[in-house]
Design a protein around this ligand. Structure first.
Ligand code: PEP
Length: 249
């Protein structure tokens, strides 16, 4: 049984004082946390300060993106080693906003996954279909393609350090959640795909999170499904009370 994971993706929100205030509030609210892994992903500018505010707590720090190169002439970019330095243990890779707004391809996502693992960062690998792809009955083909390309050259040993987040793009930030059964069906498909490529042990151990308009109201029924091991939460992770309700539900 995979321990449930709740991760909050703040996107481009919160100044350093706001982020540190949130971290202090979350920490205070989770003095006796449920048996869940709790992760927050502030913007780059607040990572170090939030990491300090969380030091010694059960809450883990994630970045929202990284560059795949170790270092060099990549103005404006941040490497995995820098994220480790700032206190991160996780990093989001291939979020749909990175894919759609910043042109990240499956090949680039693959290189980012490899670079994350090389520096000891655990990637949260995001995949999911567009609305028109779902309507055309292409969901499994799209998600299967993202898995195949994104995980190219990764071994079963690598997969042990990786989390998958299934986020149907039509459900992100829209208030339109996939039904628990729709989500469960694709989570099951993903787990079967992992079993075929990496064997049943990897499939049983890998955490597959659902993302897309998760709120305190719908989290419990999503987590009740056997192949949903947690959630990646955007909008509802920006408010301490609502995030705490999701973590403790
Ligand atoms: C996300 O950005 O990963 C996300 C799921 O956002 P929201 O919860 O706002 O739909």
């Amino acid at each position: 049984m995979v321990r449930p994971i709740i991760a909050g993706n703040w996107k481009m929100n919160k100044t350093i004082p706001e982020a540190v205030g949130f971290a202090a509030g979350l920490r205070a609210a989770l003095t006796s946390p449920p048996d869940r892994e709790v992760i927050i992903a502030p913007p780059f500018t607040a990572l170090h300060a939030v990491g300090e505010a969380l030091r010694g707590s059960v809450i883990q720090l994630a970045a929202q993106n990284l560059h795949e190169a170790e270092k060099g002439a990549f103005t404006g970019e941040i490497s995995g080693a820098m994220l480790r330095d700032a206190g991160c243990s996780y990093v989001l890779v291939g979020h749909s906003e990175r894919r759609s707004l910043f042109g990240e391809t499956d090949d680039r996502v693959n290189r980012k996954l490899i670079s994350s693992l090389a520096v000891g960062l655990k990637p949260i690998f995001c995949i999911g279909e567009l609305l028109r792809q779902r309507q055309a009955g292409e969901t499994e083909a799209v998600v299967g393609g993202q898995l195949k390309e994104g995980l190219n050259n990764l071994t079963a040993g690598d997969i042990r350090h990786l989390i998958i987040a299934y986020e149907p793009v039509w459900a992100i930030g829209t208030g339109q959640t996939a039904s628990p059964q729709q989500a469960q069906d694709i989570h099951r498909f993903i787990r079967q795909w992992i079993a075929e490529q990496y064997g049943p042990k990897s499939a049983a151990e890998i955490a597959i999170l659902y993302g897309g308009s998760v709120t305190p109201k719908n989290i419990a029924e999503l987590l009740a499904r056997p192949d949903i091991n947690g959630a990646l939460v955007g909008g509802a992770s920006l408010d301490v009370d609502s995030f705490v309700q999701i973590v403790t539900s």
